[in-house]
Design a protein around this ligand. Structure first.
Ligand code: ADE
Length: 288
């Protein structure tokens, strides 16, 4: 997979040399290129921002600079400016990803979908953000060329100083799903937000007693089926307590009779519409 990151702070992406992502890069599974947006400025001061039309605080990133950079990195123009000769456009298809607090929340399903792509381009904004015409323009381009698509994504309901941390998060979430990156791919199934859709159960290692706290007895029993059941129950309990909305969104067919009994014992209802937390009536499918 090829990933291009455009930023005014290329050094911010230094952690991509470390750990699993760094290894994936050395192994040739992941080809990450970080570009300095200022390489596409044309003035002596390498200006990337200006004051907002309509007034207000802060600065906005200029669309003309972003347009030159993205055309080139997305492979939409083949004329390579001598001042940015380091870029080697690859053949599309490309996914243009713009981190912004007003984007769609990033989740594991999105990371899985992105892991099947061959080329991601991440445009990191700073200040008050990127001129809104940039996303609009590339959405139009996307309508004309199947080779490009545009997604604005958010890490969560809080505001960061720029998109670089979001780019790091996205690359790590996607890279670990690429074949050959995580040593034992089964661990991807069992973790939170994996195929079960539940949060992960608690995990334990030696020593069996630590500061008066014992490892749950069943995990020392060697009884495989009981351990599996205990883990499932724990995953359900954690999800019901911490993220009830995940259980309510889950496929109703994903719960076995023991799950239903457990959920009922916690005051949940388990009708055909799936689990509903205590006090939440099942709206069913006829609502409207
Ligand atoms: N840029 C600033 N805040 C952000 C957020 N919450 N998610 C993604 N990108 C951002």
């Amino acid at each position: 997979m090829r990933v291009d990151v455009l930023t005014i702070f290329p050094e911010y992406l230094a952690p991509l040399d470390l750990s699993l992502v760094g290894k994936a890069r050395s192994a040739g599974i992941l080809d990450v290129r970080v570009h300095d947006l200022r390489d596409w400025t044309l003035d002596r001061h390498r200006t990337v921002d200006d004051t907002p039309f309509g007034g207000g605080a802060g600065m906005v990133m200029r669309p003309d600079v972003w347009g030159r950079a993205l055309d080139e990195v997305l492979g939409l123009e083949r004329v390579v400016d001598a001042s940015a000769a380091s870029v080697d456009p690859v053949a599309a298809p490309a996914r243009l990803l713009i981190p912004t607090p007003s984007g769609t929340p990033l989740d594991q399903r999105t990371a899985e979908a992105l892991a099947r792509e061959s080329h991601l381009v991440i445009a990191c904004g700073r200040y008050e953000g990127i001129d809104a015409r940039v996303a609009e323009h590339y959405r139009r381009v996307a309508d004309e060329h199947e080779s490009v698509s545009v997604s604005e994504f958010s890490l969560g309901d809080y505001v960061l100083n720029g998109g670089e941390v979001a780019a790091l998060v996205l690359i790590e979430a996607v890279a670990r799903l690429l074949p050959g990156v995580v040593g034992n791919p089964r661990s991807l199934d069992e973790e939170s937000h994996g195929s079960s859709g539940l949060l992960e159960y608690g995990v334990y290692t030696k020593p069996p007693t630590w500061r008066g706290l014992d490892v749950p007895e069943v995990l020392l029993s060697g009884h495989h089926a009981r351990i599996e059941r205990w883990r499932r129950d724990e995953a359900l309990r954690r999800t019901a307590e911490r993220r009830p909305e995940i259980l309510e969104r889950a496929d109703p067919g994903a719960f076995d009779p023991h799950d239903h009994d457990l959920l009922s014992s916690w005051g949940w209802t388990t009708g055909p519409g799936g689990p509903r937390r205590p006090g939440e009536a099942d709206q069913g499918s006829s609502a409207g």
